[in-house]
Design a protein around this ligand. Structure first.
Ligand code: ZN
Length: 204
């Protein structure tokens, strides 16, 4: 078997891109390649609902136990519908985050964020002494709704001003210090260096 490129990782039998967005919502958006073209992804990493669950555990959004339970619950038709809803939201969210959403895309993303936020309940510890925080019901909608809640917080919070787009591939990342240009030096940064070198060589 050939080695994977350095920006990818084999996780529980599926290939996933390593997180570079510095925010789970941006890493979610970065689960397909080449946002810069308007066509389909050159590489789609969320190839099934189960893969989406594995990705959630990989980036620390769901526990391994939850992923196991949801994987067992997901029937084929239901899983396919959940995956499609996830990919639709990812595309709408990308347009909202990059300031290019149509009214339709914005409304669709906003309705999901509102619905997910409304399903949260305030949970406390079993002995009743501590507030655990906001929780969503553990059902098949959990992974998408959890991301929708986080997306709502990102869009309305201070990090929103620090979201940047990689000029090469269109991936998103947080850049609070204004120093990052590329999603990753190992991929797009390096490609740009090679292109610049080739241009210099051709010109000389
Ligand atoms: Zn890039």
């Amino acid at each position: 078997m050939s080695a994977l490129p350095s920006h990818l990782e084999l996780v529980q039998g599926v290939v996933l891109p390593k997180p570079v967005g510095a925010h789970p919502v941006l890493d979610f958006v970065n689960t397909r390649s080449e946002w810069t073209g308007s066509g389909p992804a050159r590489t789609e990493w969320l190839t099934s609902y189960e893969t989406f669950l594995i990705w959630n555990a990989y980036v620390g959004l769901l526990s391994a136990a939850t992923v196991l339970r949801l994987t067992e619950q997901a029937g084929a038709g239901e899983a396919a519908r959940r995956l499609q809803a996830t990919l639709d939201f990812r595309a709408e969210l990308y347009d909202v985050l990059t300031g290019q959403a149509t009214d339709h895309a914005f409304e669709a993303a906003a309705r999901l964020i509102e619905k997910a936020s409304g399903r949260r309940h305030l949970a406390r510890s079993e002995d009743g002494t501590q507030i655990v925080g906001w929780e969503l019901p553990e059902d098949l909608e959990l992974p998408l709704h959890n991301l929708a809640v986080l997306a709502g917080e990102l869009l309305t919070g201070p990090d929103r001003a620090h979201v940047r787009t990689c000029p090469s591939c269109g991936w998103l990342f947080l850049d609070p210090r204004g120093r990052r240009r590329w999603c990753s030096m190992a991929t797009c940064g390096n490609r740009a260096k090679v292109r610049a070198h080739a241009a210099r060589t051709a010109a000389s």
